[in-house]
Design a protein around this ligand. Structure first.
Ligand code: HEC
Ligand code: HEC
Length: 465
């Protein structure tokens, strides 16, 4: 295996530690018993891969290749694609500049706000199957002699939050983030000044990762993934994306429980296909009437009796691929510009949320990333009220303030993206900064008050991360 690691160069480390110290005065004291570990660089591994898309150190290259192939695999209606879908492969949306990166695809969501309360079209007589409007459908196909037609989903006319875009985010380094304990994010939030304090949103873990003793059926975890910060693990994201992006449904077993969270197909506007249409695609059906294994779930592991634990293998492969992706390498050219930019980044308040805190994985992570591994994502992974930049999407019953919450986007590797912000509205880092609002409005204003030169150094800094 080629070795891509070089050790973190002193100047970058000094800059980051410098910025961290420089902003210490902005933070309130840590609250409660939670403390942020002050990592010592000497006792941790900090690797910079020389190439974007490389695996983390210690990764078995054969297993990584197999997982990458599954992530890039293009699925067909016979595999269970559809009835509705957004794309045919994970890798089709996550490929900039290499497999596992961001994408140019923009997904669409909708909803309705009535008297300040959000409705997500997922219950009552107006059940249209939720806020995601899949862009494609299986259309007309032949199912054992029956001609079936699946129409494309449309926005209900009563929706007043329309055509909200969601950009595909890059996945590099996210296994390291998955490995971090909840207490780390809780402590980060507690360390932030009240005016910009983020929320560590705890959610139910729909599909527990069997490797993690802190996860079980029904347990809660700090959600750190997705633009809204509502997804707790890479394994859950895998099940969710396979179902909602590609229409491929799965069933897994965890400690004897059949997990059916991702076993139910999305039908266009929640209209079921006619009988004889095999549930909307052409994957092999399962024997009807089994409460553990639904008839039209595409990929199943079977009955979960006897305390069986088995995760559907595609979900394992997707998780393996994402988990082993190393963080994007920083761009260490122009060290002087980067240092000045880093200073200005802290001065105007960007560092409040895009924290220059060195994360260190636990000594023995539950997943397969290296232990005591230091990394710098420049995000608190917390949800913030972003005011007018919020996308207005929530869950049924949410008050309007909840719909403005967005998770701080990590800035590592930002220079590899071709568009920015949750809906891709910003073509440049500068445009992304100028769209900040709500809890980030003060930082945006301070940024605009910098000289043009100083503003450019901030952008330069972001592009170096
Ligand atoms: C149609 C394009 C598309 C496909 C196909 C797709 N994704 Fe994504 N992916 C997105 C978008 C858009 C987001 C941001 C979603 C959000 O948070 O609203 C995203 C976000 C993610 C994230 C969260 C990253 C973060 O920063 O927190 C993970 C993990 C992920 N996708 C994994 C997958 C996996 C695994 C597959 C295949 C099963 C997949 N995606 C297929 C578009 C896609
Ligand atoms: C209150 C917290 C907060 C502060 C302060 C803040 N940001 Fe952000 N930032 C966010 C959130 C949340 C997002 C995601 C917003 C979205 O996509 O709608 C974001 C997104 C971004 C993005 C887009 C990244 C991408 O890949 O899409 C950039 C670039 C960025 N911020 C840079 C900055 C800079 C530079 C500053 C200082 C001028 C700053 N931010 C201040 C919370 C903050």
């Amino acid at each position: 295996m080629r070795r891509h690691q070089t050790w973190l160069c002193g100047c970058f480390a000094t800059l980051l530690i410098g910025t961290q110290m420089g902003c210490e005065a902005d933070y309130g004291p840590l609250e409660g018993s939670e403390t942020l570990d002050e990592p010592e660089l000497t006792s941790t591994q900090v690797a910079i891969t020389s190439q974007i898309g490389d695996p983390l150190p210690g990764t078995d290259p054969v297993a990584f290749e197999e997982a990458a192939d599954a992530f890039g695999d293009v699925e067909s209606i016979e595999d269970g694609l559809g009835p509705t879908f957004n794309e045919r492969a994970c890798g089709t949306c996550h490929n900039l500049p290499v497999l596992g990166g961001s994408g140019s695809q923009i997904e669409r969501r909708f909803g309705r706000l009535t008297d300040g309360v959000f409705f997500g079209y997922d219950n009552d007589e107006e059940n249209q199957g939720g806020t995601l409007r899949q862009l494609f459908a299986n259309g007309t196909y032949d199912s054992a002699g029956v001609s079936c037609t699946i129409p494309v989903e449309v926005e209900p006319s009563s929706a007043n939050i329309n055509n909200v875009g969601r950009r595909a985010t890059p996945l590099f380094g996210l296994g390291l983030v998955d490995a971090m304990p909840d207490s780390f994010f809780v402590a980060l939030a507690a360390s932030q000044p009240v005016a910009i304090r983020g929320l560590a949103q705890r959610v139910r873990v729909a599909l527990p990762d069997p490797r993690d003793p802190t996860q079980s059926v029904g347990s809660m975890r700090v959600a750190r993934f997705g633009h809204k910060g509502l997804v707790p693990t890479l394994l859950v994201f895998s099940g969710d994306a396979y179902d909602n992006e590609m229409g491929i449904t799965t069933q897994s077993c965890v400690a004897g429980t059949s997990i059916l969270e991702f076993a139910v197909e999305n039908h266009p506007n929640n209209v079921q296909p006619p009988a004889g249409c095999n549930g909307g695609d052409l994957a092999l059906a399962n024997p009807p009437g089994d409460p553990q294994v639904p008839e039209f779930t595409d990929d199943v592991v079977g009955p979960c009796d006897g305390g069986r634990t088995e995760i559907q293998d595609d979900l394992l492969l997707f998780t393996t691929f994402m988990e082993r992706l190393a963080p994007p390498p920083p761009d260490l050219g122009d060290p002087i510009g980067t240092i000045i930019g880093g200073f200005n980044f802290v001065v105007v308040g960007c560092a409040g949320c895009h924290v220059p805190v060195i994360f260190v994985t636990p000594a023995r992570p539950f997943n397969a990333v290296p232990g005591n591994f230091a990394f710098l994502p420049f995000s608190d992974f917390l949800a913030h009220d972003m005011g007018a930049l919020g996308d207005g999407i929530g869950e049924t019953g949410d008050p309007v303030a909840q719909t403005r919450l967005m998770r701080t986007t990590p800035l590592w590797g930002a220079r590899f993206n071709t568009q920015f912000l949750h809906d891709g509205r910003a073509a440049t880092v500068r445009d992304a900064i100028l769209a900040h609002d709500g809890q980030a409005a003060a930082a945006r204003t301070q940024f605009t008050q910098l000289s043009n030169f100083a503003q450019r150094t901030v952008v330069r800094f972001v592009n170096s991360i």
